[in-house]
Design a binder for this molecule. Structure first.
Ligand SMILES: [Zn+2]
Ligand SMILES: [Zn+2]
Length: 270
Protein backbone atom coordinates (compact mmCIF):
# COMPACT_ATOMS: atom_id res chain seq x y z
CA UNK A 1 0.00 0.00 0.00
CA UNK A 2 1.55 3.33 -1.01
CA UNK A 3 1.28 6.50 1.07
CA UNK A 4 -2.37 7.54 1.39
CA UNK A 5 -3.43 11.11 0.56
CA UNK A 6 -6.64 12.54 2.05
CA UNK A 7 -8.76 13.87 -0.83
CA UNK A 8 -10.28 16.65 1.32
CA UNK A 9 -7.16 18.28 2.81
CA UNK A 10 -4.44 16.75 0.64
CA UNK A 11 -2.34 15.49 3.58
CA UNK A 12 -0.12 12.54 2.77
CA UNK A 13 0.10 9.95 5.55
CA UNK A 14 2.84 7.59 6.71
CA UNK A 15 3.00 4.15 5.09
CA UNK A 16 0.21 1.83 6.26
CA UNK A 17 -0.98 -1.59 5.07
CA UNK A 18 -4.47 -0.23 4.36
CA UNK A 19 -5.79 3.31 4.01
CA UNK A 20 -6.10 4.98 7.46
CA UNK A 21 -9.62 5.16 8.92
CA UNK A 22 -9.46 8.80 9.88
CA UNK A 23 -7.82 12.06 8.87
CA UNK A 24 -7.23 14.03 12.10
CA UNK A 25 -6.68 17.24 10.11
CA UNK A 26 -10.15 16.95 8.55
CA UNK A 27 -11.83 15.81 11.76
CA UNK A 28 -10.53 18.95 13.49
CA UNK A 29 -13.16 21.72 13.70
CA UNK A 30 -11.09 23.94 11.41
CA UNK A 31 -11.66 21.51 8.50
CA UNK A 32 -14.37 19.00 7.57
CA UNK A 33 -14.72 15.40 6.51
CA UNK A 34 -15.70 15.10 2.83
CA UNK A 35 -19.46 14.98 2.27
CA UNK A 36 -19.18 11.43 0.90
CA UNK A 37 -17.13 10.28 3.88
CA UNK A 38 -13.39 9.93 4.29
CA UNK A 39 -11.73 9.26 0.92
CA UNK A 40 -8.16 8.58 -0.06
CA UNK A 41 -5.99 8.65 -3.13
CA UNK A 42 -2.29 8.16 -3.83
CA UNK A 43 0.33 10.23 -5.60
CA UNK A 44 0.34 7.82 -8.57
CA UNK A 45 -3.44 8.00 -8.93
CA UNK A 46 -3.42 11.78 -8.58
CA UNK A 47 -0.87 12.02 -11.40
CA UNK A 48 -3.26 10.22 -13.79
CA UNK A 49 -5.80 13.04 -14.02
CA UNK A 50 -4.08 16.07 -12.45
CA UNK A 51 -0.96 18.03 -13.31
CA UNK A 52 0.91 20.92 -11.79
CA UNK A 53 0.36 24.42 -13.08
CA UNK A 54 3.30 26.85 -13.05
CA UNK A 55 2.83 30.61 -13.27
CA UNK A 56 5.26 33.48 -12.81
CA UNK A 57 3.97 35.80 -10.08
CA UNK A 58 6.70 38.44 -10.33
CA UNK A 59 10.47 38.31 -11.05
CA UNK A 60 11.97 35.81 -8.61
CA UNK A 61 8.66 34.24 -7.63
CA UNK A 62 6.74 31.41 -9.29
CA UNK A 63 3.46 29.82 -8.20
CA UNK A 64 2.91 26.07 -8.40
CA UNK A 65 -0.69 24.86 -8.26
CA UNK A 66 -2.69 21.82 -9.35
CA UNK A 67 -4.99 21.59 -12.40
CA UNK A 68 -7.79 20.70 -12.06
CA UNK A 69 -8.02 21.92 -8.48
CA UNK A 70 -7.55 19.24 -5.83
CA UNK A 71 -8.32 19.22 -2.06
CA UNK A 72 -7.96 22.78 -0.65
CA UNK A 73 -6.69 24.14 -3.96
CA UNK A 74 -3.81 26.29 -2.74
CA UNK A 75 -0.65 26.97 -4.70
CA UNK A 76 2.90 26.84 -3.43
CA UNK A 77 5.39 29.65 -4.11
CA UNK A 78 9.05 29.28 -5.02
CA UNK A 79 11.11 32.27 -3.91
CA UNK A 80 14.46 32.87 -5.61
CA UNK A 81 17.35 33.91 -3.38
CA UNK A 82 21.08 34.15 -3.99
CA UNK A 83 21.89 31.86 -1.09
CA UNK A 84 19.32 29.22 -2.08
CA UNK A 85 15.68 29.19 -3.16
CA UNK A 86 12.82 28.48 -0.75
CA UNK A 87 9.59 26.65 -1.46
CA UNK A 88 6.86 28.35 0.56
CA UNK A 89 3.85 26.20 1.40
CA UNK A 90 3.25 22.94 -0.40
CA UNK A 91 0.74 21.01 -2.50
CA UNK A 92 -0.34 17.34 -2.60
CA UNK A 93 0.99 16.72 -6.13
CA UNK A 94 4.54 16.70 -7.46
CA UNK A 95 5.28 15.74 -11.06
CA UNK A 96 8.09 15.95 -13.61
CA UNK A 97 6.99 19.39 -14.82
CA UNK A 98 7.09 20.81 -11.30
CA UNK A 99 10.50 19.31 -10.58
CA UNK A 100 11.86 20.75 -13.84
CA UNK A 101 10.35 24.18 -13.19
CA UNK A 102 11.80 24.33 -9.68
CA UNK A 103 15.23 23.14 -10.85
CA UNK A 104 15.23 25.77 -13.60
CA UNK A 105 15.04 28.54 -10.98
CA UNK A 106 18.35 27.47 -9.41
CA UNK A 107 19.33 25.66 -6.22
CA UNK A 108 16.47 25.03 -3.79
CA UNK A 109 17.64 24.76 -0.21
CA UNK A 110 14.53 24.39 1.94
CA UNK A 111 10.76 24.14 2.26
CA UNK A 112 8.79 26.18 4.81
CA UNK A 113 5.06 25.85 5.42
CA UNK A 114 2.55 28.25 6.96
CA UNK A 115 0.32 25.72 8.76
CA UNK A 116 -0.85 22.08 8.74
CA UNK A 117 -3.47 22.43 5.97
CA UNK A 118 -0.57 22.82 3.54
CA UNK A 119 1.74 20.10 4.89
CA UNK A 120 0.32 17.89 2.09
CA UNK A 121 3.08 16.01 0.21
CA UNK A 122 5.96 17.94 1.81
CA UNK A 123 8.08 14.81 2.29
CA UNK A 124 7.78 13.92 -1.42
CA UNK A 125 8.84 17.47 -2.33
CA UNK A 126 11.79 17.34 0.06
CA UNK A 127 12.99 14.01 -1.32
CA UNK A 128 12.64 15.14 -4.92
CA UNK A 129 15.35 17.70 -4.16
CA UNK A 130 17.71 15.53 -2.13
CA UNK A 131 15.96 15.57 1.24
CA UNK A 132 16.08 19.33 1.80
CA UNK A 133 14.87 20.51 5.25
CA UNK A 134 11.18 21.28 5.83
CA UNK A 135 10.66 24.09 8.37
CA UNK A 136 7.46 23.76 10.44
CA UNK A 137 6.60 25.61 13.62
CA UNK A 138 6.95 23.31 16.64
CA UNK A 139 3.57 24.42 18.04
CA UNK A 140 1.83 22.48 15.25
CA UNK A 141 3.89 19.30 15.38
CA UNK A 142 0.88 17.15 16.34
CA UNK A 143 -0.51 17.64 12.81
CA UNK A 144 2.40 15.99 10.99
CA UNK A 145 0.87 12.87 9.43
CA UNK A 146 4.03 11.63 7.73
CA UNK A 147 7.04 12.15 10.01
CA UNK A 148 10.42 12.41 8.31
CA UNK A 149 14.02 13.22 9.29
CA UNK A 150 13.92 16.24 6.93
CA UNK A 151 11.38 18.02 9.15
CA UNK A 152 12.91 20.80 11.29
CA UNK A 153 10.66 22.19 14.01
CA UNK A 154 11.49 25.81 14.65
CA UNK A 155 10.45 27.57 17.83
CA UNK A 156 9.93 31.12 18.99
CA UNK A 157 8.57 34.10 17.07
CA UNK A 158 10.88 34.41 14.05
CA UNK A 159 13.36 32.29 12.14
CA UNK A 160 15.77 33.49 9.46
CA UNK A 161 15.82 31.16 6.44
CA UNK A 162 18.32 33.25 4.49
CA UNK A 163 19.20 36.83 3.64
CA UNK A 164 15.95 38.79 3.56
CA UNK A 165 13.78 35.71 4.16
CA UNK A 166 12.20 35.55 7.61
CA UNK A 167 9.57 33.22 9.00
CA UNK A 168 7.23 35.11 11.33
CA UNK A 169 4.99 33.24 13.72
CA UNK A 170 1.58 34.93 13.81
CA UNK A 171 -0.62 32.24 15.37
CA UNK A 172 -4.37 32.70 14.93
CA UNK A 173 -5.63 30.04 12.51
CA UNK A 174 -3.12 27.63 14.12
CA UNK A 175 -0.88 28.24 17.15
CA UNK A 176 2.20 27.93 14.93
CA UNK A 177 0.64 29.76 11.97
CA UNK A 178 3.47 31.54 10.13
CA UNK A 179 4.06 33.87 7.20
CA UNK A 180 7.23 34.41 5.16
CA UNK A 181 8.62 37.92 4.81
CA UNK A 182 10.49 38.34 1.52
CA UNK A 183 12.43 41.61 1.72
CA UNK A 184 13.33 41.65 -1.99
CA UNK A 185 9.73 41.10 -3.13
CA UNK A 186 7.61 43.75 -4.88
CA UNK A 187 10.69 45.36 -6.47
CA UNK A 188 12.44 45.63 -3.13
CA UNK A 189 9.50 47.12 -1.24
CA UNK A 190 8.95 43.79 0.48
CA UNK A 191 6.26 41.10 0.30
CA UNK A 192 4.48 38.83 2.74
CA UNK A 193 3.71 35.29 1.68
CA UNK A 194 0.80 34.71 3.99
CA UNK A 195 -0.83 31.34 3.30
CA UNK A 196 -4.19 31.75 4.98
CA UNK A 197 -2.80 33.17 8.20
CA UNK A 198 -3.65 36.56 6.72
CA UNK A 199 -6.26 35.61 4.13
CA UNK A 200 -6.38 37.79 1.02
CA UNK A 201 -10.13 38.20 0.46
CA UNK A 202 -12.10 38.59 -2.76
CA UNK A 203 -11.85 42.37 -3.17
CA UNK A 204 -8.07 42.11 -2.73
CA UNK A 205 -7.80 45.41 -0.87
CA UNK A 206 -8.36 43.64 2.42
CA UNK A 207 -7.29 40.52 4.30
CA UNK A 208 -9.19 38.56 6.91
CA UNK A 209 -8.34 36.41 9.90
CA UNK A 210 -10.25 33.24 10.79
CA UNK A 211 -9.89 30.23 13.04
CA UNK A 212 -11.77 28.17 10.44
CA UNK A 213 -12.43 29.29 6.86
CA UNK A 214 -14.71 26.43 5.71
CA UNK A 215 -16.71 26.51 8.96
CA UNK A 216 -16.60 30.31 9.35
CA UNK A 217 -15.28 30.45 12.91
CA UNK A 218 -13.74 33.88 13.55
CA UNK A 219 -10.76 34.73 15.73
CA UNK A 220 -10.93 36.77 18.92
CA UNK A 221 -9.71 40.36 18.98
CA UNK A 222 -6.57 39.41 20.89
CA UNK A 223 -5.51 36.95 18.16
CA UNK A 224 -6.06 39.50 15.39
CA UNK A 225 -4.00 42.07 17.29
CA UNK A 226 -1.26 39.48 17.77
CA UNK A 227 -1.12 38.76 14.02
CA UNK A 228 -0.92 42.47 13.17
CA UNK A 229 1.78 43.06 15.80
CA UNK A 230 3.84 40.12 14.55
CA UNK A 231 4.17 41.48 10.98
CA UNK A 232 4.30 45.17 11.95
CA UNK A 233 8.14 45.44 12.19
CA UNK A 234 8.63 44.19 8.61
CA UNK A 235 8.27 46.48 5.60
CA UNK A 236 6.07 45.10 2.81
CA UNK A 237 4.00 46.47 -0.01
CA UNK A 238 2.41 43.27 -1.35
CA UNK A 239 0.76 40.15 0.09
CA UNK A 240 0.60 36.82 -1.71
CA UNK A 241 -2.28 34.77 -0.30
CA UNK A 242 -2.74 31.04 -0.63
CA UNK A 243 -4.33 30.87 -4.10
CA UNK A 244 -3.46 32.10 -7.56
CA UNK A 245 -4.60 35.73 -8.02
CA UNK A 246 -5.20 36.20 -4.29
CA UNK A 247 -2.75 39.07 -4.07
CA UNK A 248 -2.87 42.48 -2.43
CA UNK A 249 -0.78 44.09 -5.16
CA UNK A 250 0.24 47.33 -3.44
CA UNK A 251 -0.03 49.29 -0.21
CA UNK A 252 -0.49 46.04 1.68
CA UNK A 253 0.67 47.38 5.05
CA UNK A 254 -2.23 49.84 5.00
CA UNK A 255 -4.54 47.05 3.82
CA UNK A 256 -3.66 44.96 6.88
CA UNK A 257 -4.20 47.93 9.20
CA UNK A 258 -7.63 48.80 7.79
CA UNK A 259 -8.61 45.12 7.65
CA UNK A 260 -7.80 44.58 11.32
CA UNK A 261 -9.57 47.79 12.28
CA UNK A 262 -12.72 46.77 10.38
CA UNK A 263 -12.66 43.23 11.73
CA UNK A 264 -12.16 44.24 15.37
CA UNK A 265 -14.91 46.86 15.15
CA UNK A 266 -17.38 44.24 13.93
CA UNK A 267 -16.35 41.63 16.49
CA UNK A 268 -16.61 44.12 19.38
CA UNK A 269 -19.69 46.10 18.31
CA UNK A 270 -21.65 43.35 16.56
ZN1 LIG B 1 -7.77 15.34 5.54
ZN1 LIG C 1 -5.87 26.61 6.68
Amino acid sequence: MPYSICTTCGAQFAMTTTHPEHCPICEDERQYVGWNGQNWTTLDDLRVDHHTLIKTEEPGLIGIGIDPSFAIGQRALLVQALDGNILWDCIPLIDEAAIAAVAQQGCIKAIAISHPHYYTAMVEWSRAFGGIPIYLHAADRQWVMRPDPAIVFWEGDTYTLGAGLTLIRCGGHFPGGAVLHWAAGADGRGALLSGDILQVVADRRYVSFMYSYPNLIPLPVSAVRQIVAAVEPYPYDRIYGAWFERVVVADAQAAVARSAERYIKVIIDG
